[in-house]
Design a protein around this ligand. Structure first.
Ligand code: BJW
Length: 231
């Protein structure tokens, strides 16, 4: 692979990039879905059935994100250096709802599955930064309605955010790097195929369902593989 300094680099990140920061992935043996049924906590239907359970799930994850030990790791930091030093454009598309890319200093970043530190009022459609616990009793600070707030998270069956911008970037980039995602959730699982004109690198601890869509594989923890790749 020979890159020109003007080349456009698109990076897709998944839960694996934050694993070394102490945030659990979804589908590992000790992953989040081992303790929670996806249908209960990550679908609009689950939220309608039992909003308090869903709020409790996201309150706990919001609190975890604030723990002092949870910090950006060398993979997040290497991507920030890449963005600062690469003469062409660099875009990070993250499936993660944590804030470790922004805490590492990334600027061009799209959260396609929402953000833990944001909530959304289903009545007045206002989006708000939120760092404390949320419940069905919480009134919307904007319109005052009670019971209308929800986590600003894209659940199964909902449309991921920024799709127009993402599809445009995938269609024209020269290098596509996927880091720490199982390739089991769509539409992100199709991004490597969409970026078929680009050189495509996958980094993961193991081969994935979508490994066949990549030109090169870096097998190992993102915290070591990504700094090596970037330097
Ligand atoms: C390491 C590592 C280390 C570990 N270093 N690596 C049938 C066929 C096709 C599609 C569908 C279908 N039925 C339904 C669908 C669509 C559905 C879907 O994909 N379902 C599948 C289960 C089949 N998708 C949707 O509904 C999406 N919406 C949609 O498609 O709308 C239509 C539309 C599309 C396009 C344009 C317009 C409209 C929405 C999906 C929303 C996903 N939401 C979640 C939950 C968020 C809430 C929360 O966080 O609680 O997002 S699901 C969960 O999975 C989360 C993640 O972002 C996402 C991906 O997970 P990820 O990141 O890959 O994590 P893991 O745990 O799976 O993998 C971690 C990987 O890291 C592993 O491979 C490890 O090996 C590796 N790793 N340590 C490097 N140190």
């Amino acid at each position: 692979m020979k890159l020109k300094p003007t080349d456009f680099i698109v990076i897709l990140t998944g839960a694996g990039i934050s694993a070394e920061s102490g945030i659990r992935t979804f589908r590992a043996q000790d992953g989040l879905w081992e303790e929670h049924r996806i249908e209960d906590v990550a679908t609009p239907e689950g939220f309608m059935r039992n909003p308090e359970l869903v709020h409790a799930f996201y309150n706990q994850r919001r609190r975890q994100l604030q723990e002092a030990s949870v910090m950006p790791n060398p993979a997040h930091l290497a991507l920030t250096r890449l963005e600062q030093q690469w003469p062409g454009d660099v875009l990070i598309i993250t499936q993660n709802v944590d804030n470790l890319h922004e805490r590492a200093g990334s600027q061009k970043l799209l959260h396609m599955h929402g953000e833990l530190n944001k909530i959304f009022c289903q009545f007045c459609k206002t989006r708000l930064i939120w760092n404390t616990d949320l419940s069905t009793e919480t009134a919307c600070p904007h319109c005052g309605n009670v019971g209308m707030l929800r986590p600003d998270i894209v659940w199964f069956g909902e449309t991921p955010y920024h799709m127009d911008e993402i599809l445009r970037a995938l269609a024209v980039c020269q290098l596509f790097i996927s880091i720490g995602t199982s390739g089991l959730v769509y539409p992100a699982a199709k991004f490597a195929q969409i970026a078929s004109q680009a050189y495509r690198i996958e980094t993961n601890l193991q081969e994935t369902e979508i490994s066949g869509s990549f030109n090169k594989h870096l097998i190992g923890p993102a915290g070591s593989e990504i700094p090596k790749l970037i330097e």
